[in-house]
Design a protein around this ligand. Structure first.
Ligand code: ADP
Ligand code: UDP
Length: 238
């Protein structure tokens, strides 16, 4: 394990070379960050919980026909994925107003967005992940017009699938972020889906069950992630 080649260390994961040239190992860290890495903490079990959560969601999406990079879980905190050429664009879809949308447009938190709002952000911490549009993506060749269409279509499809999955568990999927990449020229969903990259509210109490607990110092961060995992059926010891 210790001899494998570390390719990249991000805020939430370490990326290692896999056993095959076209595979990578994603190691989910216990580190948690917010505000472009300005707020940092270590949360016991977060890596294990997010790895199991992500595996469950990626397999669920794969079974529903969404092309993903996910291959298999290979340890408590790690999974094997296809090595993608990542597109440096974050695709965010929102069913309710929250976070930066509220700050940017003065919308009250919780307002239902019908149809859901889709936004693109440039993945660049130094620039604080600025909001961009299709025209920027094409002019700067971050992705082709066809890829933008496909990212839009898959983000909307994932939203339909996951809104339903979480609703059945008594949870509102408020918003989430996806990242895509290319594998042998084909678009695939990459990175992760976990409560670090989405907002989930209890449908009755509207209690926040996601990374906003960390951003807002509400406490019980991993406990909330575990509760969401339990409700949707992720196999994890509580
Ligand atoms: P960040 O880079 O934002 O701090 P992470 O700590 O989660 O995020 O690091 C994981 C990195 O791995 C991200 O930059 C992500 O874009 C990249 N990544 C995720 N999945 C793949 C993949 N299948 N192939 C190549 N890179 C990937
Ligand atoms: N998000 C993310 N990574 C980012 C930026 C946003 O996972 O670098 C997720 C975030 O957790 C939320 C959604 O994308 O579920 C929308 O985030 P927003 O634009 O509201 O930004 P925030 O206020 O959360 O920084």
């Amino acid at each position: 394990m210790s001899t494998r080649e570390k390719l990249y260390e991000g805020k939430a994961k370490v990326v290692y070379a896999g056993d095959h040239a076209d595979e990578l190992i994603l190691h989910f860290k216990d580190d948690t960050s917010a505000f472009d890495g300005e707020k940092l903490a270590q949360l016991a079990r977060k890596g294990e919980v997010n790895n199991a959560f992500n595996a469950f969601i990626m397999e669920y999406l794969q079974e529903a026909g969404v092309p993903t990079h996910f291959l298999r879980r290979s340890g408590a905190q790690e999974s094997v994925v296809q090595r993608l050429e990542m597109i440096p664009v974050e695709c965010v879809i929102r069913n309710r107003a929250a976070g930066s949308l509220c700050r940017r447009l003065g919308i009250e938190e919780g307002r239902v967005l019908e149809p859901p709002v889709l936004e693109f952000f440039l993945k660049n911490d130094a620039l604080h992940d600025p909001l961009i549009n299709r025209s920027h993506i094409r002019s700067f060749a971050w992705a082709t017009a066809e890829e933008v269409e496909a990212m839009t279509r898959w983000t909307e499809r994932v939203n339909v699938l996951l809104v339903d999955l979480f609703a059945r568990a008594g949870l509102i999927l408020v918003d989430f972020k996806l990242e895509f990449g290319r594998f042998q020229g084909d678009l695939r969903l990459g990175d992760e889906f976990s409560p670090d990259g989405c907002r989930l509210w209890d449908a009755q109490s509207l209690e926040k069950m996601d990374k906003d607990r960390f951003r807002r110092d509400l406490g019980g961060v991993v406990e909330a992630y575990l509760e969401v995992a339990r409700r949707i059926g992720v196999p994890l010891a509580s």
